[in-house]
Ligand binder design. Structure first.
Ligand code: G1P
Length: 273
């Protein structure tokens, strides 16, 4: 079945960028002249996905406004012969069908995804992209995962080798078997392990293809001691129930714009002005 939908969880409080994220969502921070989330929507569109579901918290409606038409601004720019300034964004607004869902308490990624359950039909495969991870390459990164999902008939998670001293900032996979140079079948996952407990140096990057059954496994996942459901724990339950899950190495160049250092690196290397 063709993958036609992408979910972007964007309900977090943006703690690493406070205080600016008190009133400007992290996903709206400028990466040169575009907000981070626009790069993700563009990646979806480039992968031929036109249904995008965005999970917001109630204070983050400025994201919704950004993806709404603004004829007043369009008319002013047309008069000045400057329509090119919003042409890319307006093309996305024209072609993408946006849906919005709300997470009222910041209870983690699995809980955020749960809010978009009605967006996905039973038995459907769907894509997820975390807006912190901006990836540039010759092919939209999510398209590689969609192709692997189809070929291997399973769920797929993007991974990247990272230095072991940084591994505890990520979800980490344990390999079951190697399929080829870039693809592995996953035995299990662990969220943010201590360096000495990490099962590999392959860190989860924010691109996934999931099966709709994820939504029935999230509520079955045991809570952590801080009462959170961790997405890797849910995926472990699915693996134990026989769902094949694959890891695919990121092919493009990844920028972790979820940290001030990564955000700055992006600006230094991708100045579109
Ligand atoms: C999230 C995921 C983590 C993943 C990371 C990639 O963590 O929970 O598994 O490795 O994104 O960027 P966060 O960076 O939101 O803390």
């Amino acid at each position: 079945m063709k993958i036609t939908k992408l979910i972007i969880p964007a309900a977090g409080i943006g703690s690493r960028f406070l205080p600016i994220t008190k009133s400007i969502p992290k996903e709206m921070l400028p990466l040169s002249n575009k907000p981070a989330i626009e790069y993700i929507v563009q990646e979806a569109y480039d992968a031929d996905i036109v249904k995008v579901g965005i999970i917001l918290s109630p204070e983050k409606n400025v994201i919704k406004e950004y993806f709404e038409p603004n004829t007043h601004l369009d008319n002013i720019l047309a008069e000045k012969n400057q329509s090119y300034r919003v042409a890319g964004l307006n093309s996305l607004i024209e072609h993408i069908n946006f849906s919005y869902f709300y997470q009222y308490n910041p209870a983690g990624l699995a809980d955020a995804l749960m809010q978009a359950k009605t967006f996905i039909k039973d038995d459907e495969l769907f894509a997820v992209a975390l807006p912190d991870d901006i990836i540039f390459g010759t092919t939209p990164e999510i398209l590689y995962l969609m192709q692997i999902a189809e070929k291997m008939q399973g769920m797929v998670i993007a991974v990247q080798e990272v230095p072991l001293e940084n591994i505890s900032s990520y979800g980490v996979i344990q390999i079951d078997k190697k399929i080829d140079e870039n693809c592995y079948q996953i035995a299990s996952l662990v969220e943010k392990p201590k360096m000495e407990d990490a099962p590999s140096n392959l860190a989860i990057v924010g691109r996934y293809v999931f099966h709709a059954d994820l939504f029935s496994f999230i509520p079955k996942t045991p809570l952590t001691t801080s009462s959170e459901i961790l997405l890797p724990d849910t995926i472990n339950l699915m693996i134990k129930s026989g769902y094949p899950v694959f890891a695919y190495k990121v092919q493009g160049e990844r920028f972790d714009t979820g940290t001030p250092q990564g955000w700055l690196k992006f600006i230094m290397q991708n100045n579109n002005f």
